[in-house]
Design a protein around this ligand. Structure first.
Ligand SMILES: Cc1cc2nc3c(=O)[nH]c(=O)nc-3n(C[C@H](O)[C@H](O)[C@H](O)COP(=O)(O)O)c2cc1C
Length: 364
């Protein structure tokens, strides 16, 4: 009798420590699209763009980064979750996403020193005074308020009917700024050692577990390099997140899942392999970055990653998972694509104009 060979498929169900399972391994990456109203309320355009992805077969539908404090708003037209009047439109979207069988998740964000001063007419804030951007350092009480506002935003997402939230700890925004020894020069217990620099993140996680229902899904997004990140430190934070038991899923934002790390010490394996090989118990791992072809999705899964996170290719195909599950031999489009194609894929003129600022995405 030969051994049965189990091959993982993109269409396997993914279970989590808490909350509902994902019906497949496809997650829509958080994608800032500038389609919200000026006051941060979700617009009909944003509702349409995201619900189309849920109907298109994504097993988890993540919103764009949503700011948890007014001063943390980093883009015009950014989604907000810092006031209770943000809840009704978010709730209508959660209902529709969940009706498709997809998990509905809000990404929680604060721009820190990456907020342009003119955007909110306020001096941006940061872990410590930052001469480069003009951002001012937060007092200890303000850090505690920031923590509490992340937690309050998670409670709002729960009230709005979401399955869970993701903490945006990547790409040089505020949680990442706290993690960075280049940016965080605080002298209190939120600065200095890695334990202190990661305290904000762990306190937010623990607060969400305390204040949200027991089956509320929680994930953390991290970047392992650039933005002042050091591989060994992020590996340490990753392992501590696993050990905390507070988190269901870790999203590694790699920009290129298949490349080797920049740091010599870690060369020899791809970024995704490094994280896939770390012990994670029943915590799920997803990776994002240059997953485009169906063969890329399979490669990610074959490496032992649980969830394939699609960004730009999900802009090009709202129904990537459904197209792949059909028998038509799906071959995704490549950029540049026309504004007409993007409109057919559910992007408003505002989002198409934003994508025109991403070099080579929209054809003239
Ligand atoms: C237009 C655009 C907006 C993005 N907005 C966010 C965001 O709000 N939050 C976030 O964590 N990452 C954001 N990202 C990063 C993506 O989630 C994803 O990690 C990245 O695009 C790499 O995946 P890809 O190669 O499949 O596009 C954005 C990327 C793009 C292209």
């Amino acid at each position: 009798m030969g051994q049965t060979l189990f091959v993982n498929s993109p269409f396997d169900t993914v279970t989590f420590l808490r909350g509902p399972a994902m019906p497949n391994r496809f997650m829509l990456a958080p994608l800032t699209n500038q389609q919200s109203h000026d006051d941060g309320t979700l617009s009909a355009d944003e509702h349409k763009w995201l619900t189309m992805r849920a109907h298109g077969g994504f097993g988890m539908t993540m919103t764009a980064a949503a700011h948890v404090q007014e001063i943390g708003r980093a883009f015009p037209g950014q989604l907000g979750i810092c006031r209770d009047d943000h809840i009704p439109a978010l709730a209508a979207m959660a209902d529709e996403i969940r009706s498709t069988g997809s998990l509905a998740i809000v990404q929680l964000h604060h721009g820190g020193n990456r907020v342009p001063e003119a955007l909110n007419n306020m001096t941006p804030v940061c872990p410590s005074d930052d001469p480069e951007t003009g951002a001012r350092g937060l007092t200890t009480e303000e850090v505690e308020q920031l923590r509490d506002d992340f937690i309050a935003a998670a409670v709002r997402a729960q009230t709005a009917g979401y399955d869970g939230v993701q903490l945006h700890g990547a790409h040089g925004y505020v949680i990442c700024q706290f993690l960075s020894s280049e940016i965080n020069h605080r002298a209190d217990h939120y600065g200095g050692s890695l334990e202190n620099r990661s305290r904000l993140l762990f306190e937010i996680m623990a607060g969400i577990r305390e204040q949200c229902r027991a089956d509320f899904h929680l994930s953390v997004r991290l970047s392992p390099e650039r933005f002042g990140m050091v591989m060994n430190e992020i590996i340490e934070v990753y392992s501590q997140i696993v050990d905390s038991g507070d988190v269901d899923f870790i999203d590694m934002s790699l920009w290129n899942s298949f490349k080797e790390p920049n740091e010599d010490e870690h060369k020899g394996r791809s970024l995704m392999e490094i994280f896939a090989e770390l012990p994670r118990g029943d915590v799920r791992l997803g990776v994002a970055g240059k997953i485009h072809e169906p063969s890329d999705v399979q490669r990610v899964i074959d490496t032992g990653v649980d969830i394939a996170i699609l960004g730009r290719v999900a802009i090009l195909h709202h129904d990537y998972p459904n197209l792949l599950s059909g028998d038509g031999g799906f071959a995704p489009r490549h950029v540049p694509v026309s504004a007409t194609t993007l409109a057919e894929e559910g992007l408003s003129d505002t989002f198409i104009a934003y994508m025109s600022t991403w070099k080579g995405f929209v054809s003239d």
